[in-house]
Write a protein that binds this ligand. Sequence first.
Ligand code: RIB
Ligand code: CA
Length: 313
Amino acid sequence: MQTQSNLEVYLDMDPGVDDAVALAVAAVRFHLRGVTTVAGNVTLDRTTANAGRLLRRMGLYDAVPLRAGSAAPLFHPLITAPSVHGESGLDGFPEGFDPPDPPPSETAWRFWEGRWRQASSPLRVVATGPLTNLARAGMGGLLPAEAVAQLVWMGGSLSGGNITPYAEFNAYVDPVAADWVVTASGWPMRIVGLDVTRKARFGAAAISRLKRLGPVGEALAQVLQAYCRRLGRPWAVLHDVVAVAALDAPWLFRWQRRAVTVVHDGRERGAVLAVPGVVGRPVWWAVDLDLPNFYTWFWAGMEQWRGSGDARA
Ligand code: RIB
Ligand code: CA
């Protein structure tokens, strides 16, 4: 599989329908060095199995290390979203691609630590789920500030939530992890919140186009069709795909530096607050997205799945 960028990238995710499409486009845009999973959209066993199914369908199961992370948030009971992503988290995906074995017992955070210590350069990570794994890596001293070159996160919102009026799902599931990462990690960070990701709609024409992009496109099309049927709407919002674009093509966005914090509990749990002045650590916050060129970017990448992937169960 050709990559269009030499960037070596790690994905931390909770597949999940939009995580699945994000993984497919990341696999052609970057040199994927690892996929780690976290509980979020569904339980950890399912997000991990889904990541394995996706890698198998992409023909990358033996090439890209897969490690499981946290089965629950740092201090809150796990909340999942099977009504959105299906009981499996990837309802509609072709049968027969379940991974033959569970991944190695090494945790996500120990995997990252080992890679950083052996690498000559700090890690680049795209996170599209709750930030529990990264918070555990940072709080545990396994990934100090200098260990991460760039963290892009799909999470938060400065313009209203989706799981509550105040909070976006990834921030809501583990607000303590999100708050620690955005205020205390010291990692250079770009955040794409609902402010821009809610624009990334993919409807019937996109699903039809995916069907023509080999076994990977066909499988994703089936997942999106099941998603649209489940939610009773003709389109899906692929939030996590926007996070991949934020690393590969940041010029598609308008960015503002913001010092932010995340509310831990109460009615506004998971709300992201822009803190006036320089309290906390400024991060780059996406305030706008060039939607036409985002779609052009996406399809240019996904075209590489035409004639690739593995339809053999
Ligand atoms: O709020 C959208 C985010 O929550 C996406 O990452 C989606 O996969 C869910 O995890
Ligand atoms: Ca996700």
